[in-house]
Design a protein around this ligand. Structure first.
Ligand SMILES: NC(=O)c1ccc[n+]([C@@H]2O[C@H](COP(=O)([O-])OP(=O)(O)OC[C@H]3O[C@@H](n4cnc5c(N)ncnc54)[C@H](OP(=O)(O)O)[C@@H]3O)[C@@H](O)[C@H]2O)c1
Length: 278
C-alpha cells in the first residue's frame, strides 16, 4: 500500500487523506505510529486528552516520512475552551508533538461550563490565523451547535469529527456536512470491535473474501465525504485497515449494512458532556 492508494477528501482548501490512524488508548504509541506511516498512512489523529501526542511526535520523527507529507490532527479538550486556556492548550500540544503547526485542530467536545461558543470559535480561528494549524474543525457537535459554530467562527470549518459505524445512524449530520461542504471524520469506525460477530457483516466479508473491518471501512469510504480513523495496535491489522480501495460493495450490500443501525448503537456518550444528539 502506497500513499497514492489512499484518496484525499477536500473541504474549504483542506485536503485530508481519507483514512487516518486513530491513537486514543494507545499511550506511548511511537512504534505504532511509525509503523502506520511506513505502511502508507498519511493522516494521524491524536488529542491532548489521549496522552498520545508525545508518542505521535516520536513516531513521526522515527518514521522517516517528511512532516510535510503528513496530515496531523489534534484537539483541544473541553476543559480549555476559554480563550486563554485554549491558546495554552494548543501550545502544549505543539510542544508534545514537537511540531510548529498541525494540519487540523478540533474542539474536542462542546463546553459544559457555559463558555460562550463564540469565544471558543474566535480562539480556534486565531490559532489558524497565527499559523498554529492549517485548518480547523469541531468534534461531537450536534446540528444546532454546528449552526452556531459556523455563524460565529471567523474562519470556515473544514470538518466535523463524530462517531459513525454501521450500528449508528448518522444520516442527518452527514447530510448537514455535505450541504455545508464539511468533511465528516468517522471515529469509532469499527465500533471498538462490537460488530465483529455480526452475521450480516460476516456474510458480506465471506462473499468478498475480506475481513469484517475492511468491509466496514469500505462501507464508510464508499459513501464519499467520510474519513474513517481506525485504531489498531497490531501491524497486520493496521495494514489491512488501509487496504480498502481496491474493491467495492454493491448497492445491495451497502443497503444491508445501512440497515444494521440500532437505537442503542452509540458508544461515546459521556453523561453530562454529550449534546442532545440528532
Ligand atoms: N473525537 C472524539 O471524541 C473521539 C472519540 C473516540 C475516538 N476518537 C478517535 O477515533 C479513533 C478510532 O476510534 P476507537 O479507537 O475508539 O475505536 P475503533 O477504531 O472503532 O476500534 C478499535 C478496536 O478495533 C480493533 N481493530 C482495529 N482494526 C481491526 C481489524 N482489522 N480487525 C480486528 N480488530 C481490529 C482494535 O484492536 P487491536 O488494537 O487489537 O487491533 C481496537 O480494539 C480513536 O483512536 C481516536 O483517534 C475520537
Amino acid at each position: 500500500m502506497t500513499p497514492d492508494n489512499c484518496p484525499a477528501l477536500t473541504a474549504h482548501g483542506c485536503r485530508m487523506p481519507q483514512i487516518g490512524f486513530g491513537t486514543s488508548q494507545l499511550g506511548d504509541c511511537g512504534d505504532l505510529v511509525a509503523t502506520a506511516l511506513r505502511l502508507g498512512y498519511r493522516h494521524i489523529d491524536t488529542a491532548w486528552k489521549y496522552g498520545s501526542e508525545k508518542g505521535v511526535g516520536a513516531g513521526i520523527r522515527a518514521s522517516g516520512v517528511p512532516r510535510s507529507e503528513i496530515f496531523l490532527v489534534t484537539k483541544v479538550s473541553h476543559e480549555y475552551l476559554r480563550a486563554a486556556d485554549f491558546a495554552r492548550s494548543v501550545d502544549e500540544s505543539l510542544k508534545n508533538l514537537q511540531v510548529d503547526h498541525v494540519d487540523l485542530l478540533h474542539v474536542h467536545w462542546p463546553s459544559t461550563d457555559g463558555v460562550p461558543l463564540a469565544e471558543t470559535m474566535a480562539a480556534l480561528a486565531r490559532a489558524k490565523r497565527e499559523g498554529l494549524t492549517r485548518h480547523i474543525g469541531v468534534a461531537n457537535f450536534n446540528i444546532a451547535l454546528l449552526e452556531e459554530a459556523r455563524r460565529t467562527c471567523p474562519e470556515p470549518l473544514a470538518t466535523l469529527q463524530a462517531e459513525y459505524h454501521p450500528y449508528l445512524d448518522q444520516r442527518r449530520v452527514l447530510d448537514y456536512c455535505r450541504e455545508h461542504g464539511m468533511i465528516f471524520t468517522a471515529y469509532c469506525p469499527l465500533a471498538r470491535g462490537r460488530l465483529f460477530g455480526d452475521p450480516v457483516l460476516t456474510a458480506i466479508a465471506q462473499e468478498k473474501n475480506r475481513s469484517i473491518a475492511q468491509v466496514v471501512l469500505r462501507w464508510l469510504v464508499q459513501q464519499g465525504n467520510i474519513a474513517p480513523i481506525p485504531r489498531s495496535s497490531n501491524p497486520e491489522r493496521i495494514a489491512q485497515n488501509l487496504d480498502v480501495f481496491n474493491f467495492t460493495l454493491t448497492a445491495d450490500e451497502m443497503k444491508r449494512i445501512h440497515a444494521l443501525a440500532r437505537p442503542d448503537g452509540r458508544i461515546a456518550n459521556p453523561a453530562g458532556r454529550a449534546p442532545a444528539w440528532d
